[in-house]
Design a protein around this ligand. Structure first.
Ligand code: ADP
Length: 291
């Protein structure tokens, strides 16, 4: 069983931005969802865990070893899919994977070929293996990103906002692939999409303004809002009034009608419908009470 532990981790940049503020977290094998809005500090956290940047304070421990003291120990077991994969050279997937495998120190040619073929199959890219990666669609590039991250069988995989810009079918395919990959190692999925976490992750935390809130199993976290979520159809013009008098978590258009979802400890007068709480409600609730 692998463990990743963050102890009192903070990161400030030279311009004074405090991107991470005393983060404490302990996770083990499986899919961990790190959910937060843009600017919350997700990429800062991913880069710090991946030892691409030093924390200003605190520690990252992977399998009980400090990453600052033993960066090579972590790097040898890390697969990282950054938010921006950068420029793709005009190499085929097979050639590029071969290069990356050599960089990762997989020196044995037979072993390399075996791993590459296995990963091309797993990511469903085998039939396209001889095409230049630069010509791949967005979804194929993301799957390629996972294939390269998996070279060398890393025990810690970090994926930063991987489903942004994928169409629903590609997104599904990608999420299925990730959950397969997450069975016997730690996978950290950073995302601003509640659905990604809901569908995949047994453990999660919400990152907001550099701080961690609400850590645990999504279903158990959501239970806290049981009996406290209400919805109501309103006129668009009434939104301001309702926002002033209620904790409106979200508003949604449905077939031309405006619906709001509201948090309230007590039943509300006036045609509010009781709703089963969803992870999205919990997410918006957490952001609101910590704003
Ligand atoms: P997220 O990935 O959740 O969108 P980021 O980690 O990218 O969040 O950013 C968190 C905060 O840190 C933002 O205010 C952002 O502007 C700032 N930030 C990120 N990277 C840098 C950097 N290299 N230098 C200065 N500020 C940065």
């Amino acid at each position: 069983m692998n463990t990743l532990e963050l102890q009192n981790l903070s990161k400030s940049y030279s311009n004074g931005t405090l991107a991470l503020n005393s983060i404490n977290l302990k996770i083990s094998n499986g899919m961990f969802g790190l959910l937060g809005p843009n600017g919350a500090g997700k990429s800062s956290l991913m880069r710090t865990i991946a030892s691409l940047q030093e924390p200003s304070q605190g520690k990252v421990l992977f399998n009980k070893k400090s990453v600052s003291d033993h960066p090579d120990f972590l790097r040898a077991s890390l697969g990282y899919l950054p938010q921006e994969f950068g420029v793709f050279p005009k190499l085929s997937a097979k050639e590029l994977l071969n290069h990356i495998a050599i960089l990762k120190g997989i020196g044995n040619k037979h072993e390399r070929t075996q791993q590459i073929d296995f990963l091309l199959n797993q990511t469903n890219l085998y039939s396209e293996r001889n095409k230049a990666v630069s010509t791949y669609s967005g979804g194929m590039k993301q799957r390629f990103g996972i294939a390269q991250a998996l070279l060398g069988n890393p025990q810690l995989i970090i994926v930063d906002e991987p489903t942004a810009g994928l169409d629903p079918e590609e997104r599904n395919r990608f999420l299925n692939l990730l959950s397969e990959v997450g069975e016997n190692r730690i996978v950290i999925l950073s995302t601003h999409l509640v659905d990604d976490v809901q569908e995949l992750c047994a453990q999660m935390a919400i990152l907001f303004k550099g701080k961690l809130f609400a850590q645990g199993n999504p279903q158990i976290l959501v239970e806290k809002l049981k009996g406290k979520i209400w919805s109501k159809r309103i006129e668009k013009s009434e939104l301001k009034k309702f926002s002033e008098n209620h904790k409106v978590l979200s508003k949604r258009l449905n077939a031309g009608q405006t619906w709001i979802r509201v948090f309230s400890e007590f039943p509300l007068e006036g045609e509010f419908i009781p709703e089963k709480p969803q992870l999205e409600d919990f997410y918006f609730y957490t952001l609101q009470i910590n704003s």
